[in-house]
Each structure stands twice: as C-alpha cells, then as structure tokens.
Design a binder for this molecule. Structure first.
Ligand code: TRP
Length: 336
C-alpha cells in the first residue's frame, strides 16, 4: 500500500520553543516513527520573508537553528525529508497559477491573516507577499501531493482554503491532477501557555522557553513563571488553575501521582512557590537535557546541518518538479 504523504513546516524566524515541541514536534517524531507516512518537513523561509523581507540574514541563521531543533528532538533525515522552501522553485511557480484563481476579496477575508495583520501593526503597509502567503502555503501542500497536514485546530481554515484552490484549479483546467488534503488535528490538542500565563507561548511575546536554552536560562525562566498572585505566604492556600507552574507540570511531568499530590498540597497551603518551581525545574531539566546536549553537539558541525538540508531539498526538488510538470501538462503548458 502506498504510504500517505505528510507535509508540514515552520517559518524560520527564530529557534523553536516548547510551544512547538508540545504542539507539533513531538507529534512529527511519532508520525515518523510509526513508519506509516512519507513525512516532508518544509523550512518555510520564503514565507518567513513575507514579514521579514528586510532581514534575510536573520532568516538564514534561523534555517540552521530550526534544523538543529528538528534533529535534536529526533527527526531522522533518513526517515523524514527536511527541505528548504526557497530552493524549491515549483512552489512559487504553482503559487502564481493559484493567485489567478482567487479574488482580492477572498484573499483579504482569510481570518488567520486578518488577525496577524492586526497584531503586526502593518497599518496600511501590508506587503503583498504577506497578504497572499496562505496561497503560497496551499502551493506547498499541493505541490508535494500531500494527503495529510498536521496542524492545530486554529489552522483548519488554511486547509479549507487549500482544498478550495484544489477544486477550483481542477474545475478550471478540467483535470484531477491536484488532490485535496486533510488536516491532521492531534487529539486533545492544546497550545502551551507562555511564562506570563497570559497568552500562548511565542517568540514575539517574549514568554518562551527554547529547546536550546541551557540549564541556567531554564531555571531563570521557571523562576519568572506566573503563579497565584494571592499566594503570598507559604502557608496560604494557593490556586492551581491558571498557575503556569502547574500547567507545565501537567505538560511535562510523567509522574502524574506526584503532580496530583503537589496540587493538593498547594491548594491546602504550606507549599511555597520556590519549592514548587525547583521541582518543576528538575522535571524539565531532565526531560530536555538530552535534546539540549544533542543540539549543542550538532551546533559544532554546521557542515553536517547544511548537508541534511541540501540532501532533503534535492529529494523534495525532484518530487515537486515532477509533479509540477504534470500540473503544467494539465494546463496545456508542456513545452520543455
Ligand atoms: N505557516 C507555517 C508557520 O507559520 C509554516 C508553513 C509553510 C506550513 N508552509 C506550510 C505549515 C505548509 C504546514 C504546511 O510556521
């Protein structure tokens, strides 16, 4: 039986943090190791440039960072294809054809982009490339012939847009060359909250713990975590809900019994924040030490990281170019 194709990816605008780890990296390693899928992981540098076009050196540095994060968490380049978007010319090519199939109104209606435009404070200087990045993302997915796209629930509209383009393309050019894809939404998916407890973990909010953070940095960040502002004295009863330390214990401590005991003790009173944070630090340090050490080793060998990218990209290039030929043939454009 033919294996199902997965396409997933990240914008290389910074190293990956624990939000990525919980929300997608862990899942990718699982999907990879199941042996049931052909997994492609796209480092979406062209997409990153849509809102960082004036900082190409930042993107190029973070291509290394993100690749090191992938390898450190257990993405195996022999089992998953790690590839670089800007080296795959079939993707912008397909994007150009897709752009004709949408009206400006439709593009402006995308809820994810709308929200991002608000956050980024572009005012009336929205780069056209940014506005249409979901179209380029649809091209990423379809040019790989992806069956499945692992995403969080909030990204489902992106997949619906992709499938709209697939249907529109097939109907316009009377073909079945493109196929629809399915969002693979992990069960009980939840975004990891940031250190401040206010919003999801993200680089731009400065509330993130990175996979590359060393033990000292990790300890500092754990100490900063938002707890219960009314828990002033050790003997006071404390609140567990909304307390970031407990959120992280739920996420990272495999010893659920101990977590239950700590919660009970905290609520009763008599468990100090510092003691609790030291416990969380130990749990997280144990969990991420191996990843951090592997990453540290990898960072000594930039040549190897580069070869992982170029080998994966070569494979993805063949695949997407072959498919692009078929797409153009379906449009009556086969002259090469
Ligand atoms: N939009 C994704 C992000 O913000 C990156 C990405 C680009 C992607 N192309 C994709 C994700 C295709 C899944 C499928 O990081």
């Amino acid at each position: 039986m033919q294996k199902k194709i997965i396409l997933t990816g990240d914008r290389p605008t910074g190293p990956l943090h624990l939000g990525h780890f919980v929300g997608s990296l862990q899942n990718r390693v699982k999907l990879q190791n199941s042996g049931n899928y052909e997994q492609n992981i796209l480092i979406a540098d062209m997409q990153a440039l849509t809102d960082h076009f004036d900082q190409p050196e930042k993107i190029s540095e973070n291509i290394y960072e993100v690749t090191m994060d992938y390898l450190a968490v257990g993405i195996d380049p022999k089992l998953s294809t790690i590839c670089l978007q800007s080296e795959l010319t079939a993707l912008p090519e397909l994007t150009m054809y897709f752009l004709n199939l949408l009206t400006l109104n439709q593009v402006e209606r995308n809820p994810t982009v709308k929200e991002e435009i608000k956050q980024k404070d572009f005012a009336n200087k929205i780069p056209v490339g940014f506005l249409v990045y979901p179209v380029s993302q649809a091209a990423d997915i379809t040019a790989f012939g992806a069956d499945l796209v692992p995403v969080g629930a909030d990204q489902v509209p992106m997949i619906e847009d992709t499938n709209y383009l697939v249907r529109k393309f097939n109907a316009t050019y009377k073909t079945e060359v493109l196929k629809e894809c399915e969002a693979l939404v992990p069960e009980n998916f939840s975004r990891l909250v940031g250190l401040d407890g206010k919003a999801k973990m993200s680089k731009s909010l400065g509330n993130a713990i990175y996979l590359k953070d060393d033990a000292d940095t990790l300890f500092k960040k754990v100490k900063q975590m938002y707890t219960d502002p009314n828990h002033l004295k050790v003997e006071d009863p404390g609140q567990v809900e909304g307390n970031v330390v407990f959120t992280y214990l739920d996420a990272f401590d495999d010893n659920k019994e101990e977590v239950a005991k700590l919660k009970e003790h905290y609520q009763r009173g008599g468990l100090g924040d510092m003691k609790l944070k030291k416990y969380l630090f130990e749990v997280m340090d144990n969990k991420f030490k191996g990843i951090r050490e592997r990453r540290q080793e990898l960072s000594q060998d930039r040549g190897y990281i580069k070869s992982v990218i170029s080998e994966g990209t070569a494979k993805a290039r063949d695949l997407s170019n072959d498919f692009m030929k078929k797409i153009k043939a379906a449009m009556g454009l086969s002259f090469s």
